[in-house]
Design a protein around this ligand. Structure first.
Ligand code: GDP
Ligand code: IMO
Ligand code: MG
Length: 420
């Protein structure tokens, strides 16, 4: 078998674009699906034959019984969360592998996350409260613990107790309690019992899949480009690299291993948590998008902020990720609007610009209006779409300089248009 390349699915907006649906659909054609970053802050929803699956850490390839699922070194793993998630599926042995180099996200990380958010008051980021920032901070500060350390729970307990001793004044100030040593050991032993059989050096596995076995490998992004730690709306971002380039470090791949990059965008925009969102609509259009699109977080249940499609941000994200194509999701949610709008430029300090300034909160969107359409829901071919929906899609391609390769018209796997 010849050498194969890994394709990437990446979120282009502020997360929740519909990555789970597309990965699940494509996973029918891939042998291996890998997560490279994020943690259980992610919530990927998949509907198959009217049954809903919500995934947080397990890759969305899990519903294809033949696909191997990999959690790479760049992920922060909550053992409690993944163990609960694993219970939904029968016998994952041989179908799920977790990198020994991924970092542990333990209950005290969530306690720190929530305490920090409380202390920030109205400046809070609006995190998911799952400990993501503190777990990545510990990794970067070189005081984190890797998943492979679960192989020796006694040693890991001693290290965590030492860490608490060293940081006691800080934790006391935040109201974060030092764990009880015996209870911590018991907890870690419980995690080890369930997870150690799945822990391995996943980079070597993926190399073998690509170099020797010629397997088709898909990398599943979590969150979205505008939440990227470097390129997003800092500090209102998540703590990982959410862009396509980050998938390499998060799995131990190199840029030459990467094949096709598909950027996932909704036909409108949403954001959960705080931070700038130029096209946010506080009026009836925003309410209608939220209601029709069921825009409530999969992980926290929070109502998502909604607004029109932002082509300026999409063009930026498409360049950043090297998108070969876009998958345009939830087109059906726009059904029945008399007029739909696309932000084609920003007004900034009295000028018209088409880039994202650092103080994105100070831009005003400039819209182009399009005629609405009655019904796209359930369409499975481009020709089936109403004329004005086709025109809307063609305009998005032109403004963002990226072709639309996939169109999604309902949450179900099969209600998807693959463009020739
Ligand atoms: P992810 O985090 O990117 O995987 O996205 P989420 O699962 O958090 O949010 C996307 C939501 O939209 C989920 O509830 C999906 O079931 C749903 N969804 C995905 N594609 C479509 C679509 O084309 N139409 C509609 N109406 N819903 C969709
Ligand atoms: P998926 O993979 C949408 C947001 C949070 C908050 C910010 C930081 O389902 O698209 P964190 O807990 O990561 O420190 O929170 O990032 N956020 C998401 N928003 N979808 C997600 O994941 C998100 N993961 C984090 O709301 O604004
Ligand atoms: Mg989500």
């Amino acid at each position: 078998m010849g050498k194969t390349k890994a394709d990437i699915i990446v979120g282009i907006q502020w997360g929740d674009e519909g990555k789970g649906k597309i990965v699940d659909m494509l996973a029918q054609k891939y042998d291996m699906v890998c997560r490279s970053q994020g943690g259980h802050n992610a919530g990927h929803t998949i509907w198959v034959d009217g049954v809903r699956y919500a995934l947080h850490l397990i890759p969305s390839g899990v519903l294809n019984p033949k696909a191997i699922n990999v959690i790479g070194n760049g992920v922060v793993l909550s053992p409690a969360s993944i163990i609960k998630e694993m219970e939904q599926f029968e016998n994952l042995e041989g179908r799920l592998y977790i990198s020994d180099k991924a970092h542990l996200n333990l209950p005290y990380h969530a306690a720190i996350d929530q305490a920090k958010e409380r202390l920030k008051g109205d400046k809070a980021i609006g995190t998911t409260g799952k400990g993501i920032g503190p777990a990545y901070s510990d990794k970067i500060n070189r005081v984190g613990h890797r998943v492979g350390e679960l192989r020796d729970p006694k040693k890991l307990t001693a290290k965590i107790m030492e860490y608490f001793e060293q940081n006691k004044p800080v934790f006391d100030a935040m109201g974060v309690e030092t764990p009880n040593e015996a209870e911590l050991l018991e907890e870690l032993e419980g995690y080890a019992d369930k997870l150690v059989p799945f822990i391995t050096d996943t980079a070597v596995m993926v190399w073998e899949a690509l170099d020797k076995k010629g397997l088709r490998v898909l990398l599943e992004g979590a969150q979205g480009t505008m939440l990227d730690i470097d390129h997003g709306t800092y500090p209102y971002v998540t703590s990982s690299s959410t862009v396509s380039a980050g998938a390499c470090t998060g799995l131990g791949l190199n840029p030459k291993d990467i094949g096709k990059v598909t950027g996932i965008v909704k036909a409108y925009c949403t954001r959960v948590g705080n931070g700038p969102f130029p096209t946010e609509d506080h009026g009836s259009d925003g309410d209608r998008l939220a209601e029709v699109g069921h825009e409530f977080g999969t992980t926290t249940g929070r109502k998502r902020r909604c607004g029109w499609f932002d082509a300026v941000a999409t063009k930026y994200a498409s360049r950043l990720n090297g998108c070969d194509e876009l998958a345009l999701m939830k087109l059906d949610v726009l059904d029945g609007f008399e007029e739909v709008k696309v932000c084609v430029a920003y007004e900034y300090n009295g000028e018209q610009i088409d880039y994202l300034p650092q103080d994105l909160e100070n831009v005003k969107p400039i819209y182009k209006s399009f005629k609405g359409w009655e019904k796209s829901a359930g369409a499975r071919s481009f020709d089936e779409l109403p004329q004005s929906a086709q025109e809307y899609i063609r305009a998005i391609e032109e403004i963002t300089n990226t072709k639309v390769g996939i169109i999604s018209t309902s949450p179900e796997r099969d209600d998807t248009i693959i463009m020739e």
